[in-house]
Write a protein that binds this ligand. Structure first.
Ligand code: FE2
Length: 290
């Protein structure tokens, strides 16, 4: 897939794609919600009829919008594909939880990269997603699928409290998947039904090149856990990531190949950056051309 730039401002792939701009649970009927997407001001309104409108104050025009998975989605262009398909959302034995929207002062691409990184678990999510001395990230495989998604498989990591229902530590299997430049998901072993996986989707709203809002969507098996606990755990973990992310420098993600650090645990990061380059993504990045 080849992305084109538009007016030297935004890649066609990003312009035409769907992006979450709000968690519907946080919106009230008739109360305007102001937000930004790619630096463009938007005003979203939910009507009593449950219809929605998302308008650009700079042009006075509506943009494409829809509700799905409990979120409000918008596109600044002409979408030629739908919102990401999530088959778990049809499984009745799962909690489907929007995890609250978290504003982060960093490029959304940095947020995705951090989401893919297991190496930080013992240091940032100490006693939850990792613990010393279990700091090694065992080798895993990374590949680009035939439909141009980035998949990281066979990831294993020792976690003291992998999820709110975990009783004691265990080796957790992870699969990561970059679906679109600002959309990533992970699948991890469920502590009670180890043959099935809980999944977390992260929809990143690029507010501008150095600010984003993380909109997590959690699809946890209901077995032994309630919805409030699922949300609480996600917010706890995210609160640990936020200050680390906001201290990253530069705020945008460097995509110059010379900026890569070739250590094994960083394989998913190296592939993500390469994949973004193949999509010619510049928004939120620092490219070799500057
Ligand atoms: Fe983290």
């Amino acid at each position: 897939m080849t992305a084109r730039r538009v007016n030297d401002w935004l890649e066609q792939e990003l312009l035409d794609d769907w992006h979450v701009i709000a968690d519907l649970e946080s919106m009230e009927v008739g109360i305007d919600r102001r937000t930004k997407l790619f630096g463009v001001d938007l005003v979203a309104t939910v009507f009593a009829t449950s219809e929605i409108r998302v308008e650009r104050p700079d042009t006075g025009r509506s943009v494409a919008s829809q509700k799905k998975y409990g979120f409000l989605w918008a596109s600044l262009g002409s979408p030629d594909r739908d919102v990401v398909e999530i088959s778990e959302a049809r499984e009745v034995d799962r909690h489907l939880v929007t995890g609250g929207s978290i504003a982060v002062n960093v490029s959304g691409l940095r947020l995705v990269e951090n989401f893919l990184d297991m190496g930080h678990f013992p240091f940032i999510h100490t006693d939850y997603l990792g613990v010393e001395p279990h700091t090694e990230v065992p080798p895993y495989s990374v590949e680009i699928s035939s439909d141009d998604e980035l998949w990281t498989r066979d990831c294993r990591f020792f976690q003291p409290v992998a999820s709110p229902t975990a009783k004691g530590g265990f080796m957790v299997d992870y699969v990561y998947r970059v679906i679109r430049p600002y959309t990533v998901s992970l699948y991890k072993s469920n502590p009670n039904q180890q043959e099935r996986m809980d999944s977390i989707y992260l929809f990143v709203q690029p507010v501008d090149e150095e600010n984003c809002v993380a909109h997590p969507y959690l699809c946890y098996l209901k077995d032994g856990i309630d919805e409030a606990t699922v949300r609480w755990f996600m917010q706890l973990i995210f609160a640990q990531d936020k200050p680390i992310l906001e201290n990253q420098f530069p705020k945008r993600l460097p995509l110059d190949p010379r900026a890569e650090t070739p250590i094994r645990a960083d394989a998913s990061s190296v592939f993500y950056r390469r994949w973004l380059r193949s999509h010619k993504i510049n928004y939120g990045a620092i490219t070799a051309a500057g």
